[in-house]
Design a protein around this ligand. Structure first.
Ligand code: ADP
Ligand code: MG
Length: 729
C-alpha cells in the first residue's frame, strides 16, 4: 500500500460506520435459547415416551437406539423447519482451532419424481464427512479417508440461519478420536466416576459429579479497513512489526473504562445473538489494553461450556464484521501491551447441589472441601508439565511470561486463609479435635466459609488460582479450544481421586475410621504437593529459579513442552482413565508439532515479504530524499558550512543504511533457516528447528524495522501504526 493509501484508510476509519445499534429486544429471559432445541422444546415437540428416553440419555448416559433417534428427528425437524431451517450439519471440533461443518439439505427424492423434506434418525445420529483434509496425525491414512461424526445428545442442537446444527464427536474409522469433544467426554466420565466415589464418603446419596466450566473470553477489536491494510494481521492474526504507541495502557484508563459507542453496539448485538443460542452471557467489560475487551457467561457443565465457547468465538467474528470490525482472538496481536487469555474457572459439583470446591457449614463439609482442594493440587503438581502442554501453542507462547500474563510455569495460589488451614492441618496431629468438633481450637475448620467469602488477596500472577469456590486456570489461550485444558485437568484429577480412594479404602480395611483415614491421606498429600503451592509474584525472575529448584517444569520451548504428553506418567494416566490411547497421543502430538511449524512458517514468509516489499523500498526512498537534500545543500553552500548543515541527514542516511543492511541480510538468513528446517523429516525435530532458528530471527529483524518506523517520514510509512490500529473504534 502506498503512503497516501495508508492515510486514506486511516481517515476513512475515523469517519465511517454509522453506529448500528441492534433493535431493542424484550427482556433476555424471553428470547434466551430461542434457537436451541432444549428440554422445553423437546417436551413440546417430542412424544412423552421419547422425551423421557432422551432425558435418560442426557442425564444418565443411557445409549440412544435408532428407533428413539428416528422419533427425535421427526420432532426436531418440525421445530427447525418452523424456524426456517432447510439444511442440517454435523458440527464438530477437529484438531484445528475452529469448528467444522458440512451442510446437507433436508430434501430427498420421494420416489415419484419429486422431492420431500426428509431427516432421519440415522442422519441425526451419524454422518460420514469425507475427512481426509482434517488433521489426523497419521491415524487415518489417506487411502482410508473415512471419519465419522456422531451426535452428542448432551449438547443441544441449535439453528443458525437456515441450518440445524448438530454437535458431534468426530472419530476415525478405526475408532480413534480426531477431535476435542470425544476425549473431553471421556475425561468428564472419568472425573465423574472418581469424584462420585470420593464424594460418597461424605454424602452417600451422591450419584453423579459434574465438572463446571466458566470461561472468560478476552479479545481485541480493530477497524476492518485498518486490519485489511496490515498483511501480517490478515495472514497471522498478529502484528509482526510495529513500534510501541507513545500511549498505550500505561495510564490504566481502559480497564473497566466506559465502553466506546461503536463497541457497545457490537457487544449488544453479540450478546443478543449469543443469548438466543442459549449462551448465558453475563459480563462484558473493557480489558487492560486499548481496544481489548472481555465477555464471560455464567458457568455451565464443561462439555456444554466448551461448545458454547466455540460457538461464541464463531459468532464474535461474524458479528464484528457486521459492525465494521475484525475480532482478534490471537493471544498476542500486539507486542508491548497485554495479550488475551481465556481464564477457565473450574469446579466439581454433585448432582445433589454441593460445590465440592467450596467450603461448607459443617466439619464434614469442610473435610470434603479440603479433600477436593488437596487432590486437585495433587493433580496439578504431578501433571504441571502436562497441564502446560495442554495450553501451549505458537501464539500463546508470545503471551506466557510476558506483560501481565502467567509465566510458562504452572503453580497454584491459594490465598492466605486456605494456605493457613492447610499448613495447620499438616502440622497438627489433632485429628481427634477436628473429628469430635471441639470449638475454639486453632484447627477450627467450621470457620473457613466466613473467612473465605471475603478472600480478597487475589493474585493475578498465578496460572492456577483458587478463587473462593473454584480454581481459575488462567494460562489458557484466548484462541484455544478450552477442551484441551479441560481434558488434561479433569483426567488428572480423576486419577488422583482414584488413587486417593484406593489409599483411604486400604486404611479402612485395616480398621481405620473413614474420616480419620481421609484425614491421614489428606495430610500426606498436603505435604507431597507443596512444591505446586506458590503465593508469590509469578512474574518475577526469582520464581523461575525457585520453581526449577522445586522440580516444577520450567521449559518454555513449545515443541519441547509438548513432549510432556508422552511422559510415561501421562500416557499411563490417560490410558487408565480411558481418555486417550498411546497411539492417539502420538498422533495428536504430531499434529501439534506440525501446527506449530506451519504457524511460524507462515509468519516467517509474510514477515520476509513485508520486509522486502514494504519496508526496504520505503527506507530506500526516504534515504534518496535525504541524499538529494544533502546534495542540494552542498551545491548551494560553501564546503565548510555544507558539512555542518548536512551532518544530521548524513547521520540519518547512515543509520537507515545500517538497519537496511541488517534487515536484508537477516531476511536471507531467515529464508535459509526455513530451508534447512523444511528438510527435516520428523515433525518434532522440525518444530524444534522452527522454534530455535526461525522464530528468534523474526524478533531480531523486527527490532530494526521498528527503529526504521521511528525515523522514516510518517507520510511514507506504508503500514498503519500501532496508535492508529489501537485507538480508532
Ligand atoms: P472474575 O472476577 O474472575 O472476572 P467472575 O465472577 O466474573 O470472575 O466469574 C468468572 C467466571 O467464573 C464466570 O463464568 C462465572 O460463572 C464462573 N464461576 C463462578 N463460580 C464458579 C464455580 N464454582 N465453578 C466454575 N465456574 C464458576
Ligand atoms: Mg477471572
Amino acid at each position: 500500500m502506498s503512503s497516501t493509501l495508508r492515510f486514506h484508510v486511516v481517515g476513512e476509519a475515523f469517519k465511517k460506520h454509522p453506529i448500528e445499534v441492534p433493535a431493542p429486544k424484550e427482556r433476555p429471559s424471553t428470547f434466551f435459547a430461542k434457537y436451541v432445541f432444549n428440554r422445553q422444546k423437546m417436551r413440546q415437540f417430542l412424544p412423552p415416551k421419547i422425551y423421557d428416553k432422551m432425558i435418560d440419555v442426557i442425564d444418565n448416559g443411557a445409549t440412544l437406539d435408532l428407533a428413539t433417534a428416528d422419533a427425535v428427528a421427526i420432532g426436531m425437524k418440525q421445530w427447525a423447519m418452523e424456524l426456517g431451517a432447510t439444511h442440517i450439519t454435523h458440527w464438530f471440533q477437529p484438531l484445528t482451532e475452529g469448528t467444522a461443518e458440512k451442510h446437507d439439505g433436508f430434501v430427498e427424492h420421494d420416489g415419484k419424481g419429486g422431492m420431500v423434506e426428509e431427516f432421519s434418525g440415522k442422519q441425526l445420529v451419524q454422518q460420514e464427512p469425507d475427512a481426509s483434509s482434517f488433521p489426523s496425525g497419521g491415524i487415518r491414512s489417506t487411502f482410508e479417508a473415512r471419519g465419522y461424526s456422531a451426535w452428542d445428545p448432551a449438547s443441544p442442537v441449535f439453528v443458525i440461519g437456515d441450518t440445524l446444527m448438530i454437535p458431534t464427536v468426530f472419530i476415525a474409522y478405526t475408532g480413534e478420536a480426531l477431535d476435542y469433544k470425544a476425549p473431553l467426554k471421556k475425561a468428564l466420565r472419568a472425573v465423574d466416576e472418581a469424584a462420585t466415589d470420593v464424594a460418597r464418603y461424605f454424602y452417600p446419596d451422591v450419584k453423579k459429579v459434574i465438572s463446571n466450566l466458566g470461561w472468560e473470553q478476552e479479545y481485541f477489536l480493530v477497524d476492518e479497513d485498518i486490519y485489511a491494510a496490515r498483511p501480517d494481521l490478515l495472514m497471522t492474526g498478529r502484528t509482526l512489526m510495529g513500534h510501541d504507541s507513545a500511549k498505550n495502557q500505561q495510564m490504566d484508563d481502559h480497564y473497566f473504562g466506559s465502553i466506546p459507542e461503536r463497541v457497545a453496539a457490537f457487544m449488544k448485538d453479540l450478546e443478543i445473538q449469543a443469548l438466543e443460542l442459549g449462551i448465558p452471557c453475563k459480563t462484558r467489560h473493557n480489558e487492560a489494553a486499548p481496544n481489548q475487551f472481555e465477555l464471560a457467561p455464567i458457568f455451565e457443565e464443561t462439555n456444554l461450556a466448551v461448545d458454547h465457547n466455540m460457538l461464541l468465538m464463531m459468532l464474535m467474528k461474524k458479528v464484528a464484521r457486521k459492525h465494521g470490525f475484525r475480532c482478534l482472538l490471537h493471544e498476542k496481536p500486539f507486542s508491548g501491551i497485554n495479550g488475551s487469555g481465556k481464564h477457565n474457572n473450574w469446579s466439581l459439583a454433585t448432582d445433589t447441589g454441593i460445590l465440592l470446591h467450596a467450603p461448607g457449614k459443617t466439619q464434614l463439609d469442610n473435610l470434603r472441601f479440603i479433600t477436593f482442594i488437596v487432590e486437585t493440587l495433587m493433580a496439578v503438581w504431578k501433571y504441571n508439565g502436562l497441564l502446560k502442554a495442554s495450553i501451549v501453542s505458537a501464539s500463546n507462547a508470545h503471551r506466557l511470561g510476558a506483560y501481565e500474563a502467567p509465566p510458562a510455569i504452572i503453580s497454584s495460589f491459594l490465598g492466605k486463609q486456605l494456605s493457613n488451614v492447610l499448613e495447620h492441618l499438616e502440622q497438627s496431629a489433632d485429628d481427634e479435635i477436628l473429628l469430635t468438633g471441639k470449638q475454639g481450637l486453632q484447627l477450627d475448620i467450621p470457620q473457613i466459609p466466613e473467612l473465605l467469602i471475603d478472600n480478597t488477596d487475589r493474585n493475578r500472577t498465578s496460572p492456577f488460582a483458587f478463587t473462593g469456590n473454584r480454581f481459575e486456570f488462567r494460562a489458557v489461550g484466548s484462541e484455544a479450544n478450552c477442551a484441551s485444558a479441560m481434558i488434561a485437568l479433569n483426567a488428572a484429577v480423576a486419577e488422583t481421586l482414584t488413587l486417593f480412594k484406593t489409599r483411604v479404602d486400604a486404611l479402612i480395611s485395616e480398621g481405620w475410621d473413614t474420616m480419620k483415614a481421609i484425614l491421614k491421606v489428606v495430610r500426606e498429600d498436603i505435604h507431597a504437593c507443596k512444591p505446586i503451592h506458590f503465593e508469590g509474584n509469578g512474574y518475577s525472575e526469582e520464581w523461575k529459579l525457585e520453581a526449577a529448584r522445586r522440580g516444577l517444569d520450567v521449559e518454555a520451548s513449545v515443541p519441547l513442552v509438548i513432549d510432556r504428553y508422552l511422559d510415561d506418567a501421562s500416557v499411563t494416566m490417560f490410558e487408565k482413565m480411558h481418555v486417550f490411547t498411546r497411539s492417539e497421543i502420538v498422533a495428536r502430538n504430531e499434529i501439534k508439532w506440525d501446527t506449530y511449524t506451519k504457524k511460524i512458517q507462515i509468519e516467517a514468509r509474510i514477515f520476509g515479504d513485508l520486509c522486502i516489499n514494504h519496508i526496504l523500498p520505503v527506507a530506500t526512498r526516504y534515504q534518496t530524499v535525504l541524499m538529494e537534500n544533502v546534495r542540494n545543500i552542498c551545491d548551494i553552500f560553501p564546503a565548510d558550512e555544507a558539512t555542518q548543515l548536512t551532518s544530521e541527514n548524513v547521520a540519518l542516511i547512515r543509520e537507515i543504511s545500517e538497519h537496511k543492511s541488517y534487515i536484508a541480510s537477516h531476511v536471507q538468513r531467515l529464508i535459509d533457516a526455513r530451508r534447512v528446517a523444511n528438510r527435516i523429516v520428523s515433525d518434532r525435530e522440525k518444530a524444534i528447528a522452527y522454534h530455535d532458528t526461525v522464530a528468534p530471527l523474526i524478533e531480531d529483524i523486527r527490532y530494526h524495522v521498528d527503529k526504521l518506523e521511528l525515523i522514516i517520514d510518517d507520510e511514507m510509512w506504508p503500514l498503519p501504526k500501532y496508535r492508529e490500529i489501537l485507538f480508532i473504534r
